[in-house]
Design a protein around this ligand. Structure first.
Ligand SMILES: [Zn+2]
Length: 138
């Protein structure tokens, strides 16, 4: 039976700028030129005012942990590829610029993570030119 590898992002024309920036270790988020809000996840139009005038803007990569969970067991086939990572942290990160971002917190023992912990982005190479934004304590 073939081993199932970790799923990777499906890159679309909409999300391609994000992944190109990530491959250069830059975090960019869409910002609405009409009302000024940052929009995440990528959208064709602003989630606040509906404008289609969205521009990709670099953000600091700094944020704080809003909430988290610790994955200690991997169940069923869909989890394969992650079994060597347990225990690991999945967290909602509130970026300093506003958007709430779901990712892993890395370089952090699972018993040390706290809500409100300051974190910064790091980029994890997955192969195939795709770099995943993750966060570490700062
Ligand atoms: Zn807007």
């Amino acid at each position: 039976m073939a081993e199932i590898e970790k799923p990777l992002p499906q890159i679309s024309p909409l999300t391609q700028p994000f992944w190109e920036a990530a491959a250069n270790k830059r975090l960019i988020i869409q910002r609405c030129s009409n009302c000024g809000v940052f929009v995440w996840c990528p959208h064709p139009s602003c989630t606040e005012c509906g404008s289609d005038q969205l521009e990709w803007k670099p953000v600091s990569g700094h944020g704080t942990v809003f909430s988290f969970t610790i994955i200690r067991h991997v169940l069923e086939r869909r989890g394969r590829g992650f079994e060597n990572d347990v225990p690991y942290i999945v967290a909602w990160i509130d970026l300093d610029e506003g958007p709430r971002f779901c990712s892993n917190v890395v370089n952090c023992p699972v018993d040390k993570i706290t809500i409100g912990m300051p974190v910064e982005v790091v980029f994890e190479e997955t192969g195939g030119g795709i770099f995943l934004p993750k966060f570490r304590p700062r």
